[in-house]
Ligand binder design. Sequence first.
Ligand SMILES: Nc1ncnc2c1ncn2[C@@H]1O[C@H](COP(=O)(O)OS(=O)(=O)O)[C@@H](OP(=O)(O)O)[C@H]1O
Length: 203
Amino acid sequence: MPRTLDSQITMEKTPSYFVTREAPRRISSMSRDTKLIVVVRNPVTRAISDYTQTLSKRPDIPSFEELAFKNRSLGEVDTSWNAIRIGMYTLHLEHWLQYFRLSQFHFVSGEKLITDPAGELGRVQDFLGLKRIVTDKHFYFNKTKGFPCLKKPESSGSPRCLGKSKGRTHVQIDRDVIEQLRDFYRPFNVKFYEMVGHDFRWD
Ligand SMILES: Nc1ncnc2c1ncn2[C@@H]1O[C@H](COP(=O)(O)OS(=O)(=O)O)[C@@H](OP(=O)(O)O)[C@H]1O
């Protein structure tokens, strides 16, 4: 991490920190006061998004259903498949809480980040102790992309949306499979809401 002045904060992100076993120990040995921001979304949608991304790189992988279940008729979900395991947020959080206090975490709703980006980023700025500089006036809804985009990023004068790999059309998954996964995740979600004191309303 680069050195910073007292008036500066340094941010670093990678999607896999939250689910990487060694990450909390390594980060806490670097700084125990680090603030941690985690974007979470409905784990069922997350799993489908994850699969859609992998499929775009490796079109020959088995179907979502084949990977998601050990035994579909018995409803046995394969928790060793990363796309499933990552969405079991309580498992990961419990491990992080051996190194950090819950008050050091802020959980961003992946759903609200799309429907109300300014509101969600307002809460991030509050958590970081920053003035609310990023507000509604920085975003517009891009109908072609189907997502909010930045009106004018700092680095250029023209609007900017996230790239093609963000916001892909998801693979169609059978309704029953989705129901089975919802049932599977429900107890994990409820426990997660209790742990973080916020109901993300994923049901
Ligand atoms: N503004 C805006 N534009 C486009 N996409 C947006 C935006 N805000 C949030 N999202 C959601 O971000 C999802 C992709 O993020 P990833 O988790 O794949 O990113 S990363 O791996 O952490 O870099 C991506 O998930 P998918 O829709 O499943 O592709 C989006 O739903």
